[in-house]
Ligand binder design. Structure first.
Ligand SMILES: [Zn+2]
Length: 843
């Protein structure tokens, strides 16, 4: 029995089939391609760091032309970085990118694997990367991927010998791959994995190099002359009517949140592989050269090959069911294989072929999108045999919760006569079905995953599955199907979604960061969402000890599942600076529910339901400010206006095309959004008005702009060259250079403690050359680098002040970093010492 469970786990471990889009039903061409793949027994693993690093041309070539089992091991889920299609960031962005990788693999035919490493943001060097990633754990996960996927060939995307030339995650992925290549076969390393798998030695390791890694084509040729394997990946697939490059482009175009939508290409194209380790290939145009990739590779495989090669050779595209006797014969023989690894893989593959060749339609859908851990679910089971082959439906079982319901009605499945069964299932103590790697709190660089068998999986297993027990032509065979939720929208047609197990009630704090700029109470809204019909209980807040809330609890009652109710609490901060975590929860019959439900719904990926701790950061600032009316010119997009409004500023977003020499003087300061000079063309013509405004006594704050090789003109009043200098370590020591400057003293005293608690980075694209009119205020640098003094520069210009800053205020203010607020308030207040006096006189 234990052995049986082990096979089941292995079989689902690398399953990349999601149920959200309509489950794929194969046509004759696809069945034939699956037979070809069934007859190839070679495996390739591609290794890199992020979603979009992978070379989809090569993955598609290996999966579709070579027919190899091919997987992409992405060390991270791409949690860092920006989202071009929606508001999700960090772990939720990682979830979208995970699904985009799965969507890409559904197109290019590969499988998808991960490690527990979290993409914490940019790092310049593997040393910095490995300060955040736990090297031993990530290496263990790469070893685990090799031992369980068992590749013959490993291909690295990046060069392990050139740290510092690309993202630290990239080089690290290659370095760990080189180490794991040997460790995977070592019986004394990561022995805890041997409860579930065995040591494995891949045959060879390549680096997938290209001219891109060199300065130009000639240099690439010179450096690699005679050392490379190369394959033409531009092949054409008549069965698909597509070139390999077209398949690859469609796959990488799934990375929509990164703006990877692109036009397709066709035609011959070389990919180059530098041999690094293992046994050298004799034939430089075949990465599997010298490796047995036939059925003869397995003890007892020869007879299976005899049957299946013949099916491939004589394949009948007009009637694939003709091959069922041979396929079922091979299926019986595969079950007798001693090699448990290949047995699990080949059984899964041949069952998919048998199901498709027999024209079987097997589906289980729930009548609602979710239920609760002890809830009821109504299942609609549909079965259809669209062939003339004698098929009996013996029984089915609903797997899960350790229980097994078997219905004994034996039915003959007549050609094209539908069988429908409706069944109500009562669940007992099921787990929530949210993404497994988000269930425990990890560190900045690592996800915390307790169950070894989950490590590597792209997503959680679906919570409910039904096994169909069939008898086809006197062969017992079972097919497992995930329960789906299926419905129709008038304007979209039929929609498939994953069926979920979710809490009875969830709560959500409307704002994730609550800033209190003084001691006054503020309204805090909690949205309560019903996970079942007729839910009643109380909502409450958990606060840091010196904070107060009124009332303590608010009763709620919601009639309909999915409906929301918003309740208001008044929260009073303590006197003086304080910060902490505010949590919301609901109680029903003495049980407490502290999760928030986040639903992510885009057309190109399946709907995702995530449960997060329902919490928000609360910050009581001890902050002074002068000047109130701020003009803001949006750049590439940040939430600085909302952040400033939270601490009481009046912020007006200005249309840059409407700027003239008269309409700026009313503002106490003008702030330019991030990358304004990169994205707003009108600034070219309006810069003179902005500088005139400064001359007449205004304050102008320019946030970071990116600089390419040719630099960028930000129209500063004095010499100022933006460089690519950045400080990516958010804990990097900050040295105060201009201790007595007004920016650090008025109206708030800035000290080194104000640089504690910053997030993701210090800043980016700092100027590295400036005129003597500028005063550099701060100095900082990443480890092993020279001091960077251009993070905050200020110059008096006429009667006002011009400031340029690469400090990441656009990240720090929304994250509620109090020191960043105080410094920004000083920047807005500079030169307004007198206004303060006037106000004091009035009072
Ligand atoms: Zn990358």
């Amino acid at each position: 029995m234990k052995k049986y469970i082990y096979f089941m786990l292995l079989a689902v471990l690398f399953s990349t089939i999601t149920t959200a889009q309509k489950p794929q039903k194969l046509n004759s061409n696809q069945i034939y391609e699956k037979v070809q793949k069934l007859n190839f027994l070679g495996t390739a693993l591609y290794i890199a760091a992020h979603p979009d690093d992978e070379n989809t041309r090569l993955i598609s070539y290996l999966a579709n032309n070579v027919k190899a089992r091919t997987a992409y091991l992405s060390l991270t889920r791409g949690d860092g970085g920006q989202n071009l299609i929606g508001p999700e960031i960090r772990e939720l962005l990682g979830l979208i990118r995970t699904q985009e990788l799965l969507a890409a693999r559904r197109i290019d035919g590969g499988e998808q694997l991960f490690t527990r490493a979290n993409d914490f943001g940019y790092s310049k060097h593997p040393k910095e990367t490995l300060e955040f990633w736990n090297k031993d754990k990530v290496l263990s996960d790469v070893v685990w991927a090799i031992r369980t996927f068992k590749p013959d060939v490993i291909i690295n995307r990046f060069n392990h010998r050139t740290p510092g030339t690309t993202h630290g995650h990239h080089t690290t992925s290659a370095m760990l791959s080189v180490e794991a290549f040997d460790l995977a076969a070592n019986k004394t390393k990561y022995t805890e994995q041997f409860e579930y798998t065995q040591p494995w030695q891949p045959q060879r390791l390549f680096f997938n190099t290209s001219a891109w890694f060199y300065r130009n084509q000639e240099e690439f040729k010179k450096a690699t002359e005679g050392k490379l394997s190369s394959v033409d990946v531009g092949v054409y697939y008549p069965l698909k009517g597509l070139s390999n490059n077209e398949v690859a482009s469609m796959a990488s175009s799934q990375h929509l949140c990164q703006g990877f939508g692109r036009v397709t290409t066709r035609g011959t194209q070389q990919e180059y592989m530098e041999f690094l380790k293992g046994t050298k290939p004799k034939d430089n145009s075949d990465i599997f050269s010298g490796i047995n990739t036939t059925w003869n590779r397995l003890k007892g495989g020869g007879a299976i090959g005899d049957i299946l090669y013949e099916v491939e050779k004589s394949f009948d595209f007009s009637n694939p069911s003709k091959h069922l006797p041979e396929l079922l014969n091979a299926y019986d023989r595969i079950q007798l294989l001693e090699d448990t690894h290949w047995k699990a893989i080949k059984l899964k593959q041949i069952k998919e072929i048998i199901e498709a060749a027999a024209g079987l339609y097997l589906e289980v859908s729930a009548t609602s999108s979710s239920t609760t851990p002890n809830g009821e679910v109504v299942l609609r089971i549909e079965m259809l045999n669209r062939s003339s082959i004698t098929t009996h439906f013996d029984s089915y079982s609903v797997l899960g919760n350790g229980t097994r319901l078997v219905r004994g009605e034996e039915k003959q499945l007549e050609n094209n006569i539908r069988v429908h069964i409706t069944d109500t299932i009562q669940l007992k103590n099921k787990q929530y079905s949210d993404p497994y790697w988000l269930q425990n709190k990890g560190t900045l660089g690592m996800y915390d995953v307790k169950n070894q068998l989950n490590i590597g999986k792209p997503e959680s297993d679906r919570p409910l599955q039904v096994e169909f027990h069939l008898n086809i032509w006197e062969h017992e065979i079972w097919f497992k199907k995930d329960v789906v939720y299926r419905y129709a929208k008038r304007d979209k047609g039929e929609i498939y979604e994953p069926f979920e197990i979710l809490p009875e009630v969830t709560t959500k704090l409307a704002n994730k960061v609550l800033i209190f700029s003084d001691g006054n109470p503020q309204k805090v809204q909690v949205v309560v969402r019903a996970g079942i019909n007729n839910v009643k209980g109380n909502v409450g807040l958990d606060l840091p000890s010196d904070w107060k809330v009124s009332p303590n609890e608010i009763p709620f009652s919601i009639t309909q599942k999915g409906d929301n109710l918003t309740v208001d609490f008044m929260v009073t901060p303590p006197n003086g600076q304080s910060e902490g975590v505010l949590k919301s929860f609901a109680t029903i019959d003495g049980n407490q529910y502290g999760k928030e439900l986040v639903e992510i719904n885009y057309d190109h990926i399946p709907k995702q339901s995530v449960l997060l701790d329902s919490e928000a950061k609360v910050v009581r600032l001890d902050i002074e400010k002068n000047g109130n009316y701020i003009g803001y010119i949006a750049g590439a997009g940040d939430v600085i206006p909302e952040s400033l409004r939270q601490i009481g500023y009046n912020v007006l977003v200005i249309d840059p095309t409407e700027i003239n020499n008269e309409n700026l003087h009313k503002f106490d300061a003008i702030v330019l959004g991030i990358r304004a000079y990169n994205t707003v063309d009108a600034l070219k013509f309006k810069q003179k008005f902005l500088l005139e405004y400064v001359e007449r006594g205004g304050n102008m704050i320019v946030q970071y702009n990116t600089s390419g090789r040719r630099g960028i003109d930000v129209g500063a009043p004095y010499e100022l060259k933006v460089s690519r200098d950045r400080v990516t370590d958010e804990t990097a020591k900050v040295t105060i250079l201009a201790k007595n400057h007004s920016l650090l003293n008025f109206p708030n005293k800035i000290e080194s403690s104000d640089f504690n608690g910053w997030v993701q980075e210090r800043g980016l694209y700092f100027p590295n050359t400036w005129g003597k009119e500028f005063t550099p205020i701060l100095s900082m640098n990443d480890k092993g680098e020279t001091a960077k003094e251009g993070s905050l520069l200020v110059a008096k210009h006429g009667k006002g002040y011009y400031m340029y800053t690469g400090l990441s205020f656009f990240r720090e203010l929304p994250a509620g970093v109090s020191g960043a607020y105080k410094l920004f308030a000083n920047m807005l207040s500079i030169g307004k010492e007198n206004i303060k006096t006037e106000q004091e006189i009035k009072e």
